[in-house]
Design a protein around this ligand. Structure first.
Ligand SMILES: NC(=O)c1ccc[n+]([C@@H]2O[C@H](COP(=O)([O-])OP(=O)(O)OC[C@H]3O[C@@H](n4cnc5c(N)ncnc54)[C@H](OP(=O)(O)O)[C@@H]3O)[C@@H](O)[C@H]2O)c1
Length: 253
């Protein structure tokens, strides 16, 4: 059975690793091609956009894909919407792996912002030391508030840098543990964090560290995603695929 996984996440790599050794599956992982040096993957990779939902539907047909798994990041709303449409157009069985959002716990001080522009407003007029836990392509709106000192952590360098007088750049790839993130926040005397509610373990360190240090977290909302069959764990995808393989084999007989 030919499977396409839309990836770019830890879970997609884990899923590919679980499926890589199976003789009954031929798995391809799709990456957008955003990171300059992507981590090695356990299955063959194709890279770059498909050209919208229609392009993805055409790919599914051309490559005779028999199951599509959307394992992209919860904030990758466009590709996730395209995946639902393309699977329907190409009549390919579809499953989304959607991480549960983090829930606020006692001691958390989350401030919900409607979008990045509102997050910039929430920071206020007085200069603050801000940890931007966002992608390098999402931070430009913070140029509207040059009074703050920004700490930016991204996989690839921020190029061009923000047009603000005070910004510190770190390049690092997760997972990020709580102890390390706490040390980072303390070292840079951070007052406030701006983050996405990504869910999962790999980027939760800063949230736990913020709680321990009594720091507010300005949280950006998840994009609305279309209704689709979805699960939250890699093992649930594997179970779904096992069922799909059995159904296909029965049909073949
Ligand atoms: N957004 C985040 O916060 C975040 C965080 C960590 C990792 N990622 C990963 O980074 C990638 C891009 O995220 P994004 O938020 O920029 O996506 P997006 O806004 O939802 O998608 C924009 C366009 O990028 C292309 N694309 C996205 N993911 C793709 C994939 N896995 N394979 C092939 N093409 C893809 C598609 O182009 P076409 O329309 O031409 O097909 C899509 O329309 C995704 O793989 C995602 O899992 C995102």
């Amino acid at each position: 059975m030919k499977i396409l996984i839309l990836g770019g996440t830890t879970e997609a790599r884990e899923l590919a690793g679980v499926l890589a050794g199976r003789a009954d599956l031929a798995v391809t992982l799709s990456l957008a091609g955003r990171t300059v040096t992507p981590v090695p993957q356990p299955v063959p990779v194709r890279t770059g956009g498909f050209g919208g939902a229609e392009g993805l539907a055409a790919y599914l047909r051309d490559e005779r894909i028999e199951a599509l798994i959307d394992a992209t990041h919860p904030y990758a709303g466009i590709i996730s919407a395209n995946a639902v449409r393309a699977a329907a157009q190409a009549n390919v069985p579809f499953l989304a792996l959607r991480r549960a959002a983090w829930q606020q716990m006692r001691g958390d001080q989350w401030i919900e912002a409607a979008n990045v522009a509102e997050a910039v407003e929430v920071l206020g007029k007085a200069p603050r030391r801000v940890f931007l836990a966002l992608g390098r392509k999402e931070i430009e709106p913070f140029e509207a508030a040059p009074q703050h000192i920004y700490l930016v952590r991204s996989v690839d360098p921020v190029d061009p840098p923000l047009a603000v007088p005070h910004a510190i750049y770190l390049t690092a790839r997760g997972p990020f543990g709580e102890a390390d993130d706490r040390a980072l926040l303390e070292r840079h005397r951070i007052d406030v964090i701006v983050a996405k509610n990504s869910g999962g373990e790999a980027s939760y360190g800063k949230i736990g560290a913020a709680r321990a240090l009594h720091l507010p977290v300005v949280m950006l909302p998840r994009p609305a995603l279309p209704e689709a069959e979805s699960v939250q764990k890699v093992e649930d995808v594997v179970a779904w695929l096992d069922h799909a393989v059995t159904v296909a084999a029965t049909r073949g007989v």
